[in-house]
Write a protein that binds this ligand. Sequence first.
Ligand SMILES: *Cc1c(COP(=O)(O)O)cnc(C)c1O
Length: 427
Amino acid sequence: MELVNLKVASDKVNFADAVKKGLGINQGLYFPEKLPVLDNIDDLLAMPFVARSQFVLRTLIGDEDVAEQLDEIIETAFTFPAPLAEVTESLYCLELFHGPTLAFKDFGGRFMAQTLSRISEGKPITILTATSGDTGAAVAHAFHGIDNINVVILYPKGKISPLQEKLFTTLGGNIHTVSVESDFDACQQLVKTAFDDPEVRDGLHLNSANSINISRLLAQVCYYFEAVAQAPVEIRDKLVFAVPSGNFGNLTAGLIGKVMGLPIKRFIAATNMNDTVPRYLATGKWDPKATVATLSNAMDVSQPNNWPRIEAMLQRGEVLPEWLSGATVDEEYTQVAMKQLAQLGYVSEPHAAVAYKALARSLQDDEVGVFLGTAHPAKFRETVENVLGQPISLPKPLADCSGKEVLSAALPNDYEALKQHMFSILR
Ligand SMILES: *Cc1c(COP(=O)(O)O)cnc(C)c1O
């Protein structure tokens, strides 16, 4: 597969190089030059998850240095299911939270870690990434204990849930965490600055594990196939996916699935009050505002990283504008949605609730809604218990880390301070 830098068209790389580099020249994102279209969708949908995922990713990635290891990478990474849970006859939740850190990011994080450890040939690498909550945990667990790979994770101090924090800051070993005195966008900016600094980039062999990295994104395409495969045959062409969105990697993956031939009818880009994209889809104006903190904190992003990839698919005519609409759900309606879902017998958390609400507002009679369950409700225990007034128990991965000590360094929002810190712990 040839990937092209969306900012510098002459910067073209193969998959392995795109995974190693993360970002291209001028902080440009890599994206497949052309997406493949499959003509055997029905056969594929009849296959089991891992075998089908191997086929889908082999098709996407093609004849590459990693091709021979791809089957093994996927077998090692995709060790948990993505069940399509029926809420009502016309409403389903695609539960993406059955992995080790209880969020959908386990799919991409584990696929990337397995890929990178195989293509880096034992050379030391530093993963530098920013997290608004769940990326950190997924990346930390996916890379923990892998030889020659150090991980540095930045997160906004006090802006993620205490349990979320415990899940990735208590591992130690090759996992280094930093709480930054600012918001997620500032953390993301620090990461970008580091990638533009040759001393750090080349000196520490930087790699990003954000959804910027193409490997994470491609892995996520597989669970859209899995969702459609689990849907009863008679509703497969009526499916509307509502994707709770922050950096828009998840939605990008869904759109890639549709371009490849999945019979999904349309998508809703569902956001909280950080609604740059829904406003853009409605007005054509790109007008990011200051990020505000919400209950669905993993989506507190006002300058979404992956949007240029969706824009590219739109411009190339691979994605049609009518496949996509936006929805903004405020704090009050997020809570209303959680209560409504509970009344339907389904306990959910704020991110999925935003997507559910977007469906509830827009679904037509002949459509069937699928909202993505991006995290386990227990990851947002305080909020869920407050809103629903009922206790939730902790699943094992959370119970195990809840008593451990947070090992993070605390830094101001200052690039020089971060640089000093990284050199002191890694050199
Ligand atoms: C990361 C995350 C999102 C946002 O996903 P993007 O791919 O960044 O749009 C939504 N919900 C949860 C729980 C997340 O962790």
